[in-house]
Design a protein around this ligand. Structure first.
Ligand SMILES: Cc1ncc(COP(=O)(O)O)c(C=O)c1O
Length: 329
């Protein structure tokens, strides 16, 4: 849940929830996601928010094969919508099924749902999953369902501007021959939630995950960049998501003339960097103040790329203009 959501407090916390169950919520009150006003697109129909339901015996709920996208729209335009829709299709293929809604149709539906909900600046969750026709590991005859929901989501991290504090996760990103690690699939997030919960319980905002070899990989929902002597270093995405924000920020950095080095980074090196930031559709460009016990000062490079990203997603600059050294559209 985004911290901004907590501010949208419309009703008291459900009294029946035990303290343990709500422990991970960043606030003592929140608006449950199944009890809001609005419209959700589900399997071809726009349905009232509270009616967008699935059965408890849904295959993907039990076996983790839901694939999803997290996107943001700025001033009515979905940033890299087509790339997100293509990645949803790719993720479905990687876990063994076909998303039944064509890529261009997904792009159109996102705008339709935003329009129906009266939102221009929002978060978008498009997802596909195996339905409830079959139970057991096999799901050959299960239907493939698709949904698009949108809601207002402010900063992913409350302490975004001053820099987040990140601890080290106990869990590692798995080898690509043990799970399709390029897929944005629910099953891959189980250890992310475990890592994030432990981090939050210890007072951190997030956790850094190493990969199966012990190299620096990513955070639980974002890619990581480290800066030293004016050069930007980022792990090679060979066993975790090559985020679309990551790719955009690399393009922006190169357009600005910064050196970007994609390579394997060891945890021993973390003490040698001066700046650190993370990227993701939800996190955007977020500076890191502390990671795995090392302290960083959000500096010029982080600030420049955060500003450039913010202007780019709002169509206020183009890559060509950044390359040409101009900032105004
Ligand atoms: C585990 C993980 N890594 C990286 C990212 C960044 O991906 P993107 O920039 O495409 O949102 C995300 C966000 O979706 C994520 O969940």
């Amino acid at each position: 849940m985004g911290e901004q959501d907590a501010k949208l407090k419309l009703q008291p916390l459900i009294p029946a929830l035990s303290k343990d169950l709500i422990m991970a919520a960043p606030s003592t009150s929140f608006v449950p996601y199944d009890d809001r006003d609005g419209w959700i697109w589900l399997d071809g129909k726009m349905v009232p928010w509270r009616d967008a339901k699935i059965h408890v015996l849904t295959h993907s709920l039990h076996y983790g094969s839901c694939v999803f996208e997290g996107e943001r729209a700025y001033e009515g335009k979905v940033f890299r919508s087509n790339d997100h829709s293509k990645r949803l299709h790719k993720s479905a293929e990687l876990v063994g099924y076909k998303c039944p809604v064509p890529v261009d149709e997904l792009d159109r539906i996102k705008l339709e749902v935003m329009n129906k909900n009266g939102l221009e600046d929002c978060y978008i969750r498009a997802f596909s999953w195996r339905g409830s026709e079959m139970m057991g590991v096999s799901a050959q005859q299960a239907s493939i369902r698709t949904c698009v929901a949108v809601w207002f989501w402010g900063n992913y991290f409350a302490d975004k501007t001053k820099g987040i504090r990140v601890t080290m996760s106990d869990w590692r990103r798995p080898a690509p021959d043990t799970i399709p690690s390029a897929a944005k699939a629910a099953g891959l997030y189980m250890i992310c939630t475990m890592s994030k919960h432990k981090a939050e319980a210890e007072g951190f905002s997030d956790a850094l995950m190493l990969d199966y070899r012990g190299f620096v990989a990513e955070l639980t929902g974002a890619n990581v960049f480290l800066i030293r002597d004016g050069a930007i270093h980022t792990p090679t995405p060979d066993c975790f998501l090559n985020g679309l924000t990551r790719q955009t920020v690399i393009e922006l950095a190169r357009a600005r003339g910064f050196e970007v080095i994609e390579r394997h980074i060891t945890p021993d090196e973390l003490s040698t960097f001066s700046e650190c930031f993370i990227t993701g559709s939800a996190a955007e460009v977020t500076p890191v103040a502390e990671m795995a016990g090392h302290h960083y000062k959000p500096g010029n490079i982080t600030g420049t790329l955060a500003d450039d990203y913010s202007l780019l997603v709002r169509n206020k600059i183009t890559l060509e203009q950044v390359r040409a050294g101009s900032k105004v559209a």
